[in-house]
Design a protein around this ligand. Structure first.
Ligand code: IPD
Ligand code: CA
Ligand code: CA
Length: 276
């Protein structure tokens, strides 16, 4: 557990940075000059909103904590090797954002020597600010949140996302999606992994799986789910490492069932035309 004033300073600064980035994103929403592709991947987009939001966040964090490290999606690496490091996704849900589809978020997490200490996820459209600090719980707009108490997968509403390179590397995405379609009450695909995690933490969704996420997509979300009483792991049930791609987060009660479906789905034979 963090010292009270220490963690409050981290959380307050990250919340301020997330709100400022939210203002940047709302400013550009529906009003983009250019949409570029990233790393020559046709479906992986980046905009001036992503870059401007990240710049604003990094400026605020480094002004408050000049010795801290930064790992930002849009290239912001500073103070490599520092014990404290901020992990930033300035716009999680860029594809939604480029369509002015109002589901996207800002995700900011702090780790110390590899341990997650604090996390903030902000949805500027709904004015929802989620935060968690290790050992101190998870909150939405200052009110304590908890995972759901759904204990059967057939009563569960799940969420997932798909990697941009799914066409070249399907990695059992289709099989697992069908596996969960057969067992869960419903599946959603929101388009923002950070919000997927925040909604599991808040009990709005019961579980979230995605095969290939980056640290900035899920660092804050990982802590939020754990601090809200849920469970996080890889696809084999081992502790989740934010630097490893597969992510499974749930209310804990349906976690073993989700692990079973993830494994069993690998032997499904998909004969759809689209899969050939
Ligand atoms: C993406 C979103 C999406 C998930 C992708 C991520 P981005 O992040 O979180 O929901 O399915 O895997 O890459 O590119 O919008 O920051
Ligand atoms: Ca992201
Ligand atoms: Ca992003």
């Amino acid at each position: 557990m963090l010292d009270m004033t220490e963690h409050e300073t981290y959380i307050e600064t990250a919340q301020h940075a997330a709100r400022e980035a939210g203002t940047v994103l709302l400013h550009h929403l529906g009003n983009l000059r250019e949409i570029e592709v990233k790393n020559q991947q046709q479906f992986n987009l980046v905009t001036e909103a992503d870059r401007n939001a990240e710049r604003r966040i990094v400026d605020i964090l480094l002004e408050a904590f000049p010795g801290h490290g930064i790992l930002g999606e849009e290239g912001g690496a500073h103070n490599i090797g520092a014990s404290h490091r901020w992990i930033i996704d300035p716009l999680d849900g860029t594809t939604n954002y480029t369509h002015a589809f109002p589901i996207f978020s800002i995700s900011i997490a702090l780790e110390r020597d590899g341990e997650l200490l604090a996390g903030v996820i902000h949805d500027p459209v709904r004015d929802e600010l989620f935060h968690a600090a290790r050992g101190a719980g998870a909150f939405l707009n200052g009110k304590r949140i908890h995972v759901s108490d759904i204990s059967r997968i057939e009563k569960a509403m799940l969420v997932t996302g798909f990697p941009y390179n799914i066409r070249e590397n399907p990695d059992y995405c289709y099989e697992r999606f069908i596996g969960f379609l057969k067992e869960a009450q419903a599946i959603r695909r929101l388009g923002s992994a950070a919000l997927d995690c925040a909604y599991v933490a808040a009990g709005r969704l019961d579980g979230f799986w995605e095969v290939a996420l980056q640290p900035w997509d899920k660092a804050a979300g990982h802590l939020l789910i754990e601090e809200a009483g849920g469970r996080v792991s890889d696809f084999a049930g081992a502790p989740h490492d934010i630097h490893q791609p597969p992510f499974l987060g749930s209310n804990g009660r349906i976690h073993d069932d989700m692990l079973r479906v993830l494994e069993e789905a690998k032997s499904l034979v998909i004969t759809m035309k689209a899969r050939e």
